[in-house]
Design a binder for this molecule. Structure first.
Ligand SMILES: [Zn+2]
Length: 612
């Protein structure tokens, strides 16, 4: 049956109707916002500001601000709109509801999308954007393109299953509940992805060049650097995406940050440090203890990368005799598909991988007694394993997927253990478990929690606060640094450390906030002579990608301006910390409200800038 092209689900049946029915108490701002959005849809240049050649470059935080999910950063410059990441909101219901809000400008007005990596909170909204009319190109590394297709197809399947279950069990107030997007939308989205090589300068839109750099977070992950040319002065914007850890067991450390006028840096672990040795020890001891008492271990794991890291760790622990031999059940078709991509990268000797992994070959990720559970019937065997086993199953935060069935069956038994090995976002079941919940709700029922719960989040693929500071410390200070992709306390902690330890002006943006972009003062600029005029920099035709050659290899490809500078380690002594300098000026520009156009600003109950 043809679905409503705007999408409906268990939360929301129809935009116009649902906004009216769903939040009637929210009052006039809802209606006013709808009117403004209506204007935006019909009037070019109203939605996020002036889409003109003369408008100042601007950045709008459409997601990944105040939360670790939903990453979407809109960059507008000289009439071009680029969306950095296109992630799905996950976790608490209030956040997930945002996936159903109309995109704040007509999707067809986005010229290009850049994906930093294939995790759902960075790419999972892409089919919804395509469904709403986005027809431009999507730029990502080749491995991200492969993994994103796997992740998006799984996401569409999960959304369909949730809608089906909601209809069966009557969870939804919408009849029928429909998914946010379908496999057809995913088909169209993946066709729009154009792989680009890390380190290559690629013209992704007029006046807009992209370079992706290895980020070491998951296979294919990158931090992105945009160069916005033309107008008064070129400026650069870098986005860390999710930054990997130098200690990642499979991937080599991230390429160093070389500087930009504006920086968006993630802060998932902005207030924490990983304790690798203790976490590995806790992981091994929990497995041994559980198997010895006849229980099984459930490891909710992100299908991409975390599963591979767990398999590698199990292999090493077994080789060292630190854990007994037992079946390792990989219960996720998505995880198995992603594992295939990692195996392929190992076979291809990918430069993203550590040399010892490449040297081990495809056995690098073999724990010794692995069983692949692909079908639903095979998955059900893990609900009551024939012998004590290790069950690795998605999703990582137990927000959906097969792991819910295993938790439902295994949590009530004291012999079992749940090992939490990744970030546990607010509002998710693993967060509830980590915080000691005695019951959790699964499929509409409360399940008693009697199993042991162990948190070993050093297995996270995210840099911790020290890692982020080290990554930044050798670069010149941006004109503005925005701390994103973190819960409030983590983002604030990282902002303070940037201030006190590097002396950088940093701000934590609000969801929906818009700021203007400017180039910083270009002290020490020392571009190569052949690059000084930039007249020979290739520029591609509008909307089509043109690879400008490997950085530094071709006279036609200017290195990013900061790369050409001497890169002295930046000591905090080079510039006094804010506390020593007195009150610092506000970050780069005044916050303004997105979608404003002719509308004035108010702040809604949830603190998000809205319209009236
Ligand atoms: Zn990620």
């Amino acid at each position: 049956m043809e679905q409503d092209p705007r999408g409906r689900d268990r939360y929301q049946a129809d935009w116009g109707l649902a906004w009216g029915l769903w939040a009637p108490a929210s009052g006039s701002w809802v209606l006013a916002r709808m009117l403004c959005l209506g204007q935006a849809a019909g009037m070019d240049g109203v939605s996020t500001g002036v889409k003109g050649q003369d408008a100042r470059p601007a950045l709008t935080f459409l997601g990944g601000a105040g939360t670790v999910t939903g990453s979407k950063f809109l960059v507008e410059a000289r009439g071009v709109r680029v969306l950095l990441d296109c992630g799905l909101f996950q976790g608490a219901r209030e956040l997930r509801r945002r996936n159903w809000e109309p995109f704040p400008l007509p999707a067809r007005e986005i010229d290009a999308v850049v994906l930093t990596h294939a995790h759902l909170d960075h790419c999972g909204y892409l089919p919804a954007l395509v469904r709403q009319g986005f027809a431009g190109q999507v730029f990502a590394t080749g491995y991200t393109a492969e993994l994103a297709e796997i992740v998006l197809r799984d996401s569409a399947k999960l959304l369909a299953e949730e809608a089906e279950q909601a209809n069966s069990y009557g969870w939804s107030k919408h009849h029928p509940a429909l998914p946010l997007y379908t496999e057809d939308d995913v088909d169209r989205a993946v066709r729009q992805i154009s792989p680009v090589d890390p380190g290559q300068v690629t013209i992704i839109a007029p006046h807009t060049a992209l370079t992706l750099h290895h980020a070491g977070h998951i296979l294919g992950s990158a931090w992105a650097r945009l160069e916005l040319t033309g107008g008064h002065r070129s400026c650069t914007l870098a986005c860390s995406g999710d930054l990997g850890r130098p200690a990642h067991p499979l991937l080599r450390p991230p390429d160093p940050f070389t500087g930009a006028d504006v920086l968006l840096v993630e802060s998932t672990y902005g207030n924490r440090e990983h304790a690798d040795d203790q976490a590995r020890q806790a992981f091994a001891e929990a497995i041994t203890r559980t198997l010895e008492r006849g229980g099984s271990v459930i490891i909710p794991a992100f299908a991409v990368d975390r599963t591979e890291v767990i398999l590698r760790t199990l292999r090493e622990l077994r080789q060292a005799g630190q854990i007994p031999l037992s079946p390792v059940l990989i219960d996720s078709p998505m995880a198995l598909a992603a594992l295939g991509v990692y195996q392929k990268a190992i076979a291809a000797h990918s430069s993203e991988l550590r040399s010892e992994i490449v040297a081990d070959g495809t056995e690098a990720l073999d724990p010794g007694w692995m069983q692949e559970l692909r079908t639903a019937a095979e998955s059900m065997t893990a609900n009551r394993p024939a012998r004590p086993s290790l069950i690795v199953s998605a999703s990582g935060m137990a927000t959906g997927g097969r792991v819910l069935h295993h938790l439902r069956h295994l949590l009530p038994d004291r012999r079992n253990t749940v090992l939490i090995v990744g970030f546990a976002a607010e509002g998710t079941r693993v967060r509830d478990l980590a915080e000691g919940a005695r019951t959790i709700k699964i499929h509409g029922e409360y399940v008693p929690v009697r199993a042991e719960i162990i948190q070993a989040d050093a297995f996270s693929a995210h840099a911790d606060a020290d890692d982020v500071l080290s990554w930044l410390a050798g670069a010149p200070e941006p004109a503005a640094t925005y701390v994103v992709h973190g819960e409030a306390s983590a983002a604030a902690a990282l902002r303070d450390r940037l201030d006190h330890e590097l002396g950088w002006t940093a701000a934590v943006p609000a969801l929906g906030e818009r700021v203007t972009i400017r180039a910083r003062e270009l002290r020490h600029r020392a571009l190569p002579r052949w690059c000084a005029g930039r007249a020979d920099r290739p520029t591609g035709p509008g909307g089509s990608a043109g690879t400008a050659g490997s950085r530094g290899e071709s006279p036609g490809a200017c290195p990013p301006e900061d790369d050409a500078r001497p890169g002295p380690a930046r000591a905090s002594a080079a510039r006094p910390a804010r506390s020593q300098r007195g009150a610092a000026p506000p970050p780069t520009a005044q916050p303004v409200v997105p979608w404003a156009g002719r509308c004035s600003t108010t702040v809604s109950e949830d603190g998000m800038n809205t319209l009236s």
